[in-house]
Design a protein around this ligand. Structure first.
Ligand SMILES: *[C@@H]1O[C@H](CO)[C@@H](O)[C@H](O)[C@H]1NC(C)=O
Ligand SMILES: *[C@@H]1O[C@H](CO)[C@@H](O)[C@H](O)[C@H]1NC(C)=O
Ligand SMILES: *[C@@H]1O[C@H](CO)[C@@H](O)[C@H](O)[C@H]1NC(C)=O
Ligand SMILES: *[C@@H]1O[C@H](CO)[C@@H](O)[C@H](O)[C@H]1NC(C)=O
Length: 366
């Protein structure tokens, strides 16, 4: 019921008034959406932190296709959480750090461009996953204050939690010196990334969270910035990064199965985008694109130098004429059209439903 029935009696006359009760109305009609992660999901949190322009996308031409201004999203338009919110009939989910924003009835987005599951990844410049969790705990406290413990718990149990994390943990060791990476085997390093991710899942579960969506397997080794990493093999994907991404996806799939047996009521939709995105990169024409390897915005070969917008170190950059022809918008991020394809598949397409992983759509059922 979306309304409160008020019986008002004056003398002998009673009237029934149907009054929409704003909070419980909204909260009962839909599942809220909480978003954690990196630049694939950041809708503007990094606009409000003290960071380097490398981790911000709040200047033209970011946002040019859909919003007509730079919201902080690292693409020409909408990101996966925007499409998922649309399919779930929710409004755009707002960034947690947006000043003055504190109405969590539809959920909130904690994601931060450049963030990893490991605290060491871009430390000091991003909101790492653990800090995102602490923000979620603040929200949970506020909800309990507003709704009471039981209702807040129910609200959080009905909500869907989307997480995209790991890319930056695997990216950084290839541009910077990472003692953490160098002092561990690939298996150990991936184990730490997933260990920190599953810790966060368990903490969200403790607060009521039951329904999770995981985006992983993005082919990092083949983004434009990686294609220019080794001048001797210019244009090739970086196989070591690809191997890490694949290992991450394998371990994550296994650990999610384990979690499902341990945590009662835990349900998830696990999207491994690896094959799909690789297929689009290799056969752009088949999907209505013209260019699968070079970015629309940036400089150098494949526009693999991260200079889109002219604020990331170098003032000069090239911007393509027709962004809809491109798979990549900048040196590390896909265009809105790619995000739309992936969102549709994740929501209700066939490839991502395997074993105990279900369509994202099903998680939004109340
Ligand atoms: C922001 O970061 C820079 C460089 O790390 C530092 O010099 C500056 O004091 C910081 N500003 C604030 C307001 O924290
Ligand atoms: C990494 O460290 C090596 C030596 O330990 C140094 O030569 C190299 O320039 C460093 N690379 C970066 C990206 O800092
Ligand atoms: C989480 O990451 C840290 C490094 O930031 C690592 O020392 C720790 O072992 C990881 N935790 C788990 C459970 O893997
Ligand atoms: C941009 O490219 C798309 C796909 O190739 C095409 O359909 C569209 O007409 C182009 N738009 C312009 C303005 O050239």
């Amino acid at each position: 019921m979306a309304t409160l029935r008020l019986q008002i009696c004056i003398l002998a006359f009673c009237a029934s008034l149907l009054i929409p009760s704003s909070y419980s109305h909204d909260e009962k009609k839909h599942a809220a959406l909480f978003v954690f992660g990196d630049s694939l999901f950041d809708v503007g949190n990094n606009n409000y932190i003290n960071t380097s322009s490398s981790f911000q996308s709040n200047n033209w031409p970011y946002g040019e296709t859909f919003f007509n201004y730079a919201t902080g999203r690292a693409s020409d338009g909408r990101l996966i959480p925007d499409f998922i919110a649309e399919y779930a009939k929710l409004p755009f989910i707002m960034p947690y750090l947006q000043p003055g924003f504190n109405n969590y009835v539809y959920g909130v987005n904690f994601a931060s461009g450049g963030a990893g599951a490991l605290a060491e990844t871009h430390q000091g410049f991003v909101i790492d996953l653990k800090t995102q969790l602490s923000y979620f705990k603040n929200v949970e406290k506020q909800l309990r204050h507003k709704l009471g413990d039981a209702e807040a718990y129910t609200f959080l149990s009905n909500a869907v939690y989307l997480i995209s994390i790991g890319s930056n943990d695997y990216f950084t060791p290839f541009g910077t010196n990472s003692t953490l990476f160098e002092s561990h085997s690939h298996e150990e390093y991936v184990g730490m990334v997933i260990g920190n991710l599953t810790n966060v899942i368990k903490e969200i579960y403790k607060k009521g969270g039951r329904k999770f969506g995981f985006a992983n397997g993005f082919p990092l080794g083949c983004v434009p910035s990686m294609r220019i990493l080794k001048p001797e093999s210019l244009g090739a994907c970086v196989e070591e990064v690809t191997a890490l991404v694949k290992l991450h996806s394998r371990v994550l799939a296994k650990d999610l199965l384990k979690l499902k047996t341990k945590l009662q009521g835990f349900r998830y939709s696990n999207a491994n985008f690896y094959n799909q995105v690789n297929e689009i990169i290799d056969n752009p024409l088949k999907y209505g694109f013209k260019e699968g390897k070079a970015a629309c915005c940036g400089s150098g070969p494949y526009r693999g130098i991260s200079s889109c917008g002219g604020k990331k170190g170098s003032a000069e950059f090239h911007l393509c004429e027709n962004v809809t022809e491109y798979v990549f918008f900048d040196s590390g991020h896909p265009t809105e059209r790619v995000y739309q394809i992936l969102s549709k598949l994740w929501w209700s397409g066939t490839p991502y439903v395997t074993g105990t992983s279900i369509h994202l759509m099903e998680l939004f059922d109340l």
